[in-house]
Design a protein around this ligand. Sequence first.
Ligand SMILES: *Cc1c(COP(=O)(O)O)cnc(C)c1O
Length: 364
Amino acid sequence: MPERIYLSPPHMGENERRYVDEVFASNYIAPLGAFVDRFEKAVCDFTGAGAAAALSSGTAAIHLALRLCGVGEGDRVLASTFTFIGSVAPILYQNAEPIFIDSDASWNADPKLVEEAIIKERPKAFVLTHLYGQSAKVDEITEICERYGVPLIEDAAESLGATLHDRPTGTFGRFGVYSFNGNKIITTGGGGMLVSNDEEAIVHARKLASQAREPVTWYEHKELGYNYRMSNVLAAIGVGQMEVLPERIAQKREIFERYRRELEEFGEIEWMPEIPGSRGNRWLTTLTLRRSDPKKIIGALQAQNIESRLLWKPMHLQPLFRGAKVYGGSVSEDLFARGLCLPSGTAMSPEEQKRVSRIVKKAL
Ligand SMILES: *Cc1c(COP(=O)(O)O)cnc(C)c1O
């Protein structure tokens, strides 16, 4: 069996291990410490966000953002339907009602449906996903949300480093969320970050993430909190990974360009678009097929020990959300039926990638 090629495995740089050694030397093996502060600062410096809180996951960051927007029992919250469960499960944690928004040709949320849903539903917040590292129409959507006074939470879990008009995704709305799960463009083995220009809100997020302990010498609690802070050990990995993020983005974009060159002759493939004025991080190379069945391609790759995947199954099709309201729906359903993610690990060699392309070509 040829060596396994994964979809998007971790890719460490030069310094991560050295920083973890420093943590061991200091014995600050705790959910606070110098590397947590440094990691938060590195993300602020890179994105231009005013403040950041390092957390145990991207899902935790979305949960805290909803809490800070005042989302509670029975509130309606808009969300992109074409996304990963971590984006919307926190709406249920708050006993709120998700209302799903379909994609347009950009694959991300359709601004027209966003406005229609805001007018009809008067939601308490909107969780907008930037899928697969490509910016949504977040300038238009920010403008709509501001016009109606709906707080925007950007799920930029997959799109760290992507920009629209040179502004990083995650910095348009009231809150932005990044993930450092094992398969993301950079990873801490598990982790997330909540960013905002509202520094007070981030201070509150850090408190909620630390069991909402009041600042007194004994353990005093006035509000409900969580254990959501990031460990100093993982933050040390994060600091090292932030140093290589620009290189990882360049590598992901190169992988995409190589697939495009190797596969476009068929006229059978359409690639996930990059909307005008945007520059994606191309976290995963994603595409739709005009006629072929994506499951066949996945099977052919699997037979050669290569991991690939269907696109996300829309949330309004998930049994968990049976009966949930959705604005539109057919665009993301069609993407799910015809789409595919190709292996996009930044440590993959051009030869390995050629092997993937050859199998895809043969299967087509
Ligand atoms: C990965 C991901 C999340 C959740 O992040 P975790 O760190 O795994 O909790 C949320 N939304 C999207 C779109 C993701 O891809």
